[in-house]
Structure formats: structure tokens, C-alpha cells
Ligand binder design. Structure first.
Ligand code: SIN
Length: 288
């Protein structure tokens, strides 16, 4: 097995010489180590079926059964991330971190390309450890010790605008709005100590973070907007171009991701399995 860092070396690495359907002794330990170091790892030319996808995810942790995405008809562990040729909106088209609205945010996700458009449909990843390291001093001091509020209701709930025309429709991509409506918002530290790498990581994202706890609304919005603008800087990003057989395994505590929506008129189907995580620990503000 060899590991190649991405062309610009910002986030992610490609793992070569491994068959995810038939892992050799020691492979999993190397994959886990690369995952902890690079935040997202990519594999090419994998011929894995759904059962092998599930087995690989299970080897990494407990599988989360998605509450809002349509499930694979025969494997409830697999959430379908689909855009049909006649749909305009894609799933995950804005920067986000899966499941940050859970009390114990997901460890990561394993995404397998099943049907790709002839062009486009890439996914961007951003390193939240690199973004933290590059914070201007005043912003780093400003967020020390703060917690942020995360919610799913504005995305998946009955009053959400995204996917409104298809939510809960038969065969809809997104559903179960009452479950989102019933979820309580949660708070997590704005700066966490990453459970695997030990690095300081910014844990706020534009998709699901709605406020900074304890701040007046205008101040909270301004601070989040400043943090999001900082993290959107391309110097923290890499783009992954999918091919048949591509697989990505990303860490939801260490990265943001965004799926390009640039292939209207074509179908894209990805299979995602998300792995349960743990409560996140705040970085010590005194040693920031
Ligand atoms: C996601 O946001 O989980 C899916 C990303 C993608 O489809 O590339």
C-alpha cells in the first residue's frame, strides 16, 4: 500500500494498492492512520458491491442509519445521494459537515461512486485543522472557549426551504421532516481537540451551525460569517474528481465538503454510509 498526498498537499491523500473488498492484514491500520493524518482518503478502481461497502464501513465503526435521506432499497445502511437529470438541486451542494447537529457528531462517511455524469460532479474538501492554524490572532482569541449551536431543522424540517418540493414525496430523496422538527439543537465547542489527530480543529460549518451560544444574534451572525469566510479560502481546499470505482472516506470532525452541481441533465448516484462518532472535547482556551 502506498499513500500519495493530494497535488497541493492541503487536505486528503490517495491510498493506492488496496482492495477495499478484500483487505489484507494491516491494511485497516494503515487506512486509519492516513485518515487521522489527512482528514480524507481516496481510493480508485474499487470494484466493491453494497455488502463490501457495508463491511468496510463496519470495520471502521458503528453505522448510523440515516434519518433523512432515501435509503438503498435492499440495504438500509446505505443512504442514497442522488441527482436525477431533471432535478436542479443536488444534495450537499453547500459547504457542510455531515451530522454536526447530533450530540455525538459522526466520525465520518464512506462515499462510493455508482453512477457519474460524463463531466463535473466533483467534490471539494476543506481542512478545518489548516483553517484553524491560519486564523488571524484576533479571531483565534475571540472564539477561545466558545460553543456553537448546530441544528438540522432548517435543512430537513417541515419549514425548511431546501428540497421543499420533494420532501416526503413518494420516492423523494429527502424525507422524515417530523424527525428533524423533533430534534433539539445541540452545542459543540467552536474549537475541538480532534479525537484522532489531537490537532485543534474549527468545528463550525455553514450547513448546520446556526449560532454562537450566548452571543446576541447580530454578534453571533457576524462572528460565524467571519469564520465561514476564512474557511472558504481556497488555500485550505482540494477537489476530488470522481471516476467509476472511486471511493472517499472523510472525517466529519476534520473537514468540510461540498458537492459540485454542474452536470444538469445527467444522473449522479453516490452511496453513502456514515459512521457514528463521539462527543467532542473542547480545546483548552488558555493554551490557544
Ligand atoms: C455529501 O454531501 O455527503 C455527498 C457529497 C457528494 O455527493 O459528493
Amino acid at each position: 500500500m502506498t499513500i500519495e498526498t493530494r497535488p497541493h498537499g492541503k487536505v486528503g491523500a490517495e491510498i493506492l494498492g488496496v482492495d477495499l473488498g478484500h483487505l489484507a492484514p494491516g491494511d485497516l491500520a494503515h487506512i486509519r492512520a492516513a485518515f487521522a493524518e489527512y482528514g480524507v482518503v481516496f481510493f480508485r478502481d474499487q470494484a466493491i458491491d453494497e455488502a463490501q461497502h457495508i463491511a468496510f464501513a463496519r470495520a471502521l465503526g458503528r453505522i448510523n442509519i440515516n434519518r433523512f435521506f432515501a435509503a438503498h432499497p435492499h440495504h438500509r445502511e446505505i443512504a442514497l445521494v442522488v441527482k436525477e437529470p431533471d432535478q436542479r438541486t443536488n444534495i450537499g451542494g453547500g459547504w457542510h459537515t455531515d451530522h454536526s447537529y447530533d450530540r455525538e457528531p459522526a466520525l465520518g462517511s464512506v462515499l462510493v461512486a455508482r453512477e457519474l455524469p460524463p463531466q463535473g460532479g466533483a467534490t471539494d474538501f476543506a481542512s478545518m485543522a489548516a483553517a484553524y492554524d491560519a486564523l488571524p490572532d484576533d479571531l483565534r482569541e475571540c472564539i477561545a472557549g466558545l460553543r456553537a449551536v448546530h441544528s438540522a431543522r432548517h435543512v430537513f424540517g417541515s419549514k425548511a426551504l431546501a428540497y421543499a418540493d420533494e420532501r416526503d414525496a413518494p420516492k423523494g430523496r429527502i424525507g422524515n421532516a417530523p424527525a428533524a422538527d423533533g430534534l433539539s439543537d445541540v452545542t459543540h465547542p467552536v474549537v475541538i481537540i480532534h479525537p484522532l489527530s489531537g490537532r485543534r480543529v474549527l468545528f463550525v460549518n455553514p450547513g448546520f451551525t446556526i449560532a454562537i451560544a450566548g452571543l446576541p444574534e447580530a454578534q453571533s451572525r457576524a462572528l460565524l460569517d467571519r469564520l465561514f469566510a476564512h474557511c472558504r479560502d481556497p488555500r485550505f481546499h482540494e477537489t476530488f474528481h470522481w471516476q467509476p470505482g472511486s471511493v472517499a472516506l472523510w472525517d466529519n470532525r476534520a473537514t468540510w465538503h461540498l458537492a459540485h452541481n454542474d452536470y444538469h441533465g445527467h444522473r449522479r448516484e453516490m452511496h453513502r454510509i456514515t459512521i457514528e462518532g463521539q462527543a467532542l472535547e473542547a480545546a483548552d482556551p488558555l493554551t490557544a
